[in-house]
Design a protein around this ligand. Structure first.
Ligand SMILES: [Zn+2]
Length: 357
């Protein structure tokens, strides 16, 4: 039985080759060498036809046993090598949790946005709601309905950015262009107050934050574009004492309990009486220093009782309702809170400066 002996030898040789395979690729090469179409075992089976009918069953049975033994050994070795390969990959890709993390700088809101949010929080806490309106505004809402007479200096093209120049378009008028028209970049957020009063009856408690534009040259205390927050209250029995109490509370909330507020008489076209509010200097605490120009006080906002003439434009009964309004520049509040000597520093984008806040 020479063929049976050959099969035994082939099985021994193939099993040794399978266990010697060190990778899945090497294992597959062994499989092809013994069990493939041109493999050794396949060649033996092909030779069955040449055997005598007496020999055939025994050799056929033996070669099937060899094939099964090899396939079983092949699967076992494949499983071993697969799990070893997986372990190797897991080990290679493992994360070392003891490595220190790469620190990336975290972004944060710009100081102007932070202060605006703090101011808004104070008044939301008092029951105000936010009102917004267009930055490109009509002269009517920006000036006329706020009691600015036609000759008021704020209406001059030297003070206000006009969007259209009506006089330039009038052919044959002969007049030199004045730059003035009925469409402008709002100079304050007060037009939002007019728009709210037009469509809402009192009680009104609103805060109007937004960007405003004035034809100023940028310098340490002026910006041609800045962020304003105005407030408006219209209700029954509102007095100057309510205004003062509200703003005293605001100053303590924003600047801290050790800063004081004072009210000075002033004039605004749309409030009567009007006042400017100062906060005590954060550097000298009232003694006088360069930052407060020796006065001990820094101006932070304008305010007053709403002029009854304004109510006439929006159809609110001045006999029944009274109210107050106030307005402040957010950049200025930020500068005074953090003793920043020049408003332009807020807009220069110098990260060494901005990261401090
Ligand atoms: Zn001072």
């Amino acid at each position: 039985m020479g063929i049976i002996d050959d099969l035994d030898a082939l099985q021994v040789e193939a099993l040794a080759a399978l266990s010697a395979a060190e990778s899945l690729d090497a294992l597959d090469a062994v499989r092809v060498a013994y069990l493939g179409k041109k493999g050794s075992l396949t060649a033996v089976l092909r030779g069955l036809g040449a055997l005598s009918p007496e020999e055939r069953p025994a050799v056929g049975k033996a070669s099937n046993e060899v094939r099964q033994a090899l396939e079983t050994a092949l699967e076992a070795r494949r499983a071993e090598l697969s799990s070893a390969a997986l372990e190797a990959r897991v080990a290679a890709e493992a994360v070392d949790v003891t490595l220190p993390a790469r620190v990336r700088p975290l972004g944060h809101r710009h100081l102007i946005q932070q202060i605006a949010a703090q101011i808004i929080d104070v008044f939301i806490g008092l029951g105000y709601r936010i009102a917004e309106g267009p930055e490109v505004e009509l002269d009517y809402y920006n000036f006329t309905a706020l009691n600015h007479p036609p000759e008021h200096p704020a209406r001059a093209a030297t003070d206000t950015f006009y969007v259209r120049d009506l006089s330039a378009g009038e052919a044959g008028s002969g007049a030199a262009p004045t730059g003035e028209s009925d469409v402008l970049l709002r100079t304050h957020t007060s037009p939002v107050q007019v728009r709210v009063m037009e469509r809402q009856k009192p009680p009104i408690y609103i805060l109007c934050p937004g960007t405003v534009y004035r034809r100023d040259i940028a310098d340490p205390s002026h910006l041609p574009q800045f962020t304003q927050i105005e407030g408006l209250v219209v209700d029954e029995s509102i007095t100057f004492a309510d205004l003062k109490g509200t703003l005293d509370h605001f100053v303590r909330e924003i600047f801290g309990p050790d800063r004081r507020a004072r009210f000075r008489p002033h004039f605004f076209p749309f409030t009567e009486p009007s006042a400017e509010v100062d906060v005590s200097c954060g550097i000298c605490h009232g003694a006088g220093c360069r930052f407060c120009k020796g006065t001990g006080w820094l101006e932070i906002l304008g305010c007053g009782m709403v002029d009854p003439d304004v109510y006439a434009y929006v159809g609110i009964d001045p006999e029944r309702y009274t109210g107050f309004a106030f307005g402040m520049g957010v950049e200025r509040i930020a500068a005074l809170k953090y003793n920043i000597p020049d408003l332009r520093m807020l807009l220069e984008g110098d990260m060494r400066f901005l990261r401090q806040f």
